[in-house]
Write a protein that binds this ligand. Structure first.
Ligand SMILES: NC(=O)c1ccc[n+]([C@@H]2O[C@H](COP(=O)([O-])OP(=O)(O)OC[C@H]3O[C@@H](n4cnc5c(N)ncnc54)[C@H](OP(=O)(O)O)[C@@H]3O)[C@@H](O)[C@H]2O)c1
Length: 235
């Protein structure tokens, strides 16, 4: 039996990933910062709910205790994320971005990923086949962001791409440190969710494809990589 925790799984890509992994036979914990939203999502999917705010040490420690008491963890999907868009769904470019905006996005996407991974490491190390999937973005790719003429190049935001480039680096360094684990970063593609004011061009079914695949990677699969559904991406 494979036990999987997906952070921020009460909606969007995390919810769809939960649905697919349950269908594949995983026991899935829906991590949700709001207990009621998490409970509802878990009930709809036949999952377990665990209150988990990735920015809060106490919440994460309690989630570790709950999952440990139930038997441990094999797969961690660090999915919770924010893009930090403004009131009109606008993205703050270099002229407007502030330290507070950067901090808010890093708090969830970067420090949240480290907080949750660090807290669950002891449980993952007890698994026979531990797996971590970190939600990155195509906007994390320095190669793409510097290739003129692409949609990635045209994206003006600072905080979100910087946070996801940090997630890529974290992925690489953890993968090297824990060679017994499969730890990869994934880019779901531009997907219609609340994150981007539902402006994405893909469905959550399409977006979840690479997340689901990397959550099911076997001990001989890749680690320390950065992938979308088509294959490896340039850093
Ligand atoms: N959509 C895209 O085009 C796209 C592209 C590339 C990468 N991604 C990445 O995919 C991941 C999922 O995003 P999505 O598109 O599915 O967005 P979404 O529908 O907005 O879902 C984001 C999830 O993260 C949760 N969350 C936010 N802050 C949290 C916190 N502090 N603690 C716990 N949960 C928190 C949200 O919970 P609440 O409901 O409580 O807000 C929600 O469940 C993110 O990491 C995102 O950066 C998305």
């Amino acid at each position: 039996m494979t036990t999987t925790l997906i952070t921020g799984a009460n909606k969007g890509l995390g919810y769809e990933t939960a649905r697919r992994l349950i269908a594949a036979g995983h026991t899935v914990y829906i991590g949700s910062r709001d207990p009621e939203r998490g409970r509802r999502a878990a009930e709809q999917l036949g999952a377990r709910a665990v209150q988990l705010d990735v920015t809060d040490d106490t919440s994460v420690a309690a989630a570790v205790k709950t999952i440990e008491a139930d038997g441990g963890l094999d797969v961690l999907v660090n999915n919770a994320g924010v893009e930090g868009r403004g009131a009109n769904n606008d993205v703050a470019g270099a002229a407007d971005v502030t330290v507070d905006m950067m901090r808010q996005v890093f708090e969830t996407n970067v420090f949240g990923t480290v907080r949750v991974t660090h807290a669950f490491l002891p449980l993952l190390q007890r698994s026979a086949a531990p797996v971590v999937v970190n939600l990155s973005s195509g906007l994390a790719s320095l190669t793409r962001v510097t290739t003129a003429g692409t949609p990635t190049y045209a994206y003006p935001g600072v905080a979100y791409p910087a946070s996801k480039t940090a997630v890529n680096m974290i992925t690489v360094q953890y993968a090297k440190a824990f060679p017994n684990m499969r730890i990869n970063a994934v880019e779901p593609g531009y997907t219609k969710t609340d994150l981007n004011g539902n402006t994405g061009i893909q469905t959550v079914e399409q977006g979840a494809e690479i997340i689901v695949r990397m959550a099911q990677v076997g001990p001989d699969g890749p680690t320390g990589g950065y992938f979308d559904a088509e294959g490896a991406l340039p850093w």
